[in-house]
Design a binder for this molecule. Structure first.
Ligand SMILES: *Cc1c(COP(=O)(O)O)cnc(C)c1O
Length: 371
């Protein structure tokens, strides 16, 4: 069996470091924020090339807080790509604003910059490019349109920690970058977690207040805030894992290159490989191939002991909870084509090269059987 993801393997390698760091939090009893979170925030801000990192309790919270901090609410519109995890659109709903969906670039699978302009109205306040599968959106044209139309740019970098675009790290390009440390993400907590990064001092101060019941000074609630704080244990675990992240990212990139080479040797026209753009570094949160008979291939791989995943089976505009947007099938052809064909193959730093070849053999056998 080749699992889709193997977190136990990751934790076997760093178990002593993790238990020591978590044990220190237990000994100190600083379970909410505290020094372990502060140390992680310092390291994470530096890693992302930003002045500030603010640790919170999930990636969804990070997106929600970015919108709150920018005063986006009822009557406002926020532009979101149709191909993303549902949380991007939900965060817009949480503040009472309207998610305005746009199609994606068919190769890059991120927000199509040319679709933004047509979606902007007098009510548009922000745009949320999502760095899907580990590759950053095409940020230059997005930043240009946003500047011209007076929109804030919030990066959903939940899948792209460590990725870059023209030398700039994910999260450092827009006004604020949002990260998830859900355990299966490239940098995962031992539970839930998230962070925002920004180089705007005033915005960082607001975010620190918002996550902690609006307190900028202890006991004085200046903002209508929330309890969105990061746990000390998660800060400790993330601090340990952040040290390993560069090596893990390199391993993911090496495995992706092995997949690329093995698929190139097999030369199957029915398998479309991920298309990393030369303008940045892809961190392969997913190695997402596209193939016409996806569901049959997935069943075939299951029978061969190769677990896969689908990110995501339905585009955002066809999710039942957003039916009130009135966007039926055919609205965003690129997002619909991607979700119909996409299949994520196992990729994680501990995946053995021999397993990569086994996966490729099973995929090639499967697409031939189907086609
Ligand atoms: C994982 C993810 C989120 C949500 O993060 P959580 O930590 O699970 O709340 C948001 N956006 C994208 C693109 C994601 O992949």
């Amino acid at each position: 069996m080749i699992p889709y993801i193997d977190l136990k393997a990751q934790h076997r390698d760093i178990r002593d470091e993790l238990t020591e760091a978590i044990g220190a939090v237990i000994d100190s009893a600083q379970f909410v924020l505290g020094p372990a979170v502060e140390r992680f925030e310092g390291g994470f801000a530096e890693y992302c090339g930003a002045r500030h990192a603010i640790g919170v309790n999930s990636g969804t919270t990070a997106l929600h807080m970015a919108l709150l901090a920018l005063d986006i609410g009822a009557g406002d519109e926020v532009i979101v790509p149709a191909h993303t995890f549902i949380a991007t659109a939900f965060a817009v709903r949480y503040v009472g604003a309207k998610p305005v969906l746009v199609d994606i670039d068919p190769d890059r699978l991120t927000m199509l910059p040319s679709a933004i302009e047509a979606a902007v109205t007098a009510r548009t306040r922000a745009v949320i490019p999502v760095h899907m599968h580990g590759q950053m959106a095409d940020m230059d044209p997005i930043m240009e349109i946003a500047a011209r139309r007076g929109l804030a740019v919030i990066e959903d970098a939940a899948q792209a920690v460590g990725a870059s675009y023209k030398g700039r790290p994910a999260g450092s390009v827009g006004a604020v970058g949002c990260f998830s440390f859900y355990p299966a993400k490239n940098l995962g907590a031992c539970g839930e977690g998230g962070a925002l990064v920004t180089s705007d001092d005033a915005l960082a101060r607001r975010l620190r207040g918002l996550r902690d019941w609006g307190q900028l000074t202890r006991g004085v609630h200046e903002l209508p805030g929330y309890n969105f704080r990061m746990d000390g244990i998660q800060g400790a675990a993330l601090g340990v894992k952040l040290r390993h992240l560069p090596a893990w990212t390199e391993a993911r990139q090496r495995i992706a290159a092995e997949y690329d080479r093995a698929f190139a040797r097999a030369a199957s026209p029915r398998v479309v490989l991920p298309r990393p753009c030369p303008d940045g570094a892809h961190v392969y949160h997913h190695y997402a191939i596209r193939t016409p008979d996806r569901d049959a291939l997935r069943r075939h791989l299951d029978g061969r002991g190769v677990q896969t995943a689908i990110h995501y089976a339905l585009p955002v505009h066809l999710q039942p909870c957003l039916a009130d947007l009135g966007l039926g099938p055919g609205t965003f052809p690129n997002a619909e084509a991607a979700t119909a064909a996409i299949l994520s193959l196992p990729i994680y730093p501990e995946l053995a090269p021999s397993d990569v070849q086994r996966v490729v053999d099973a995929v090639v056998e499967g697409v031939h059987a189907n086609g």
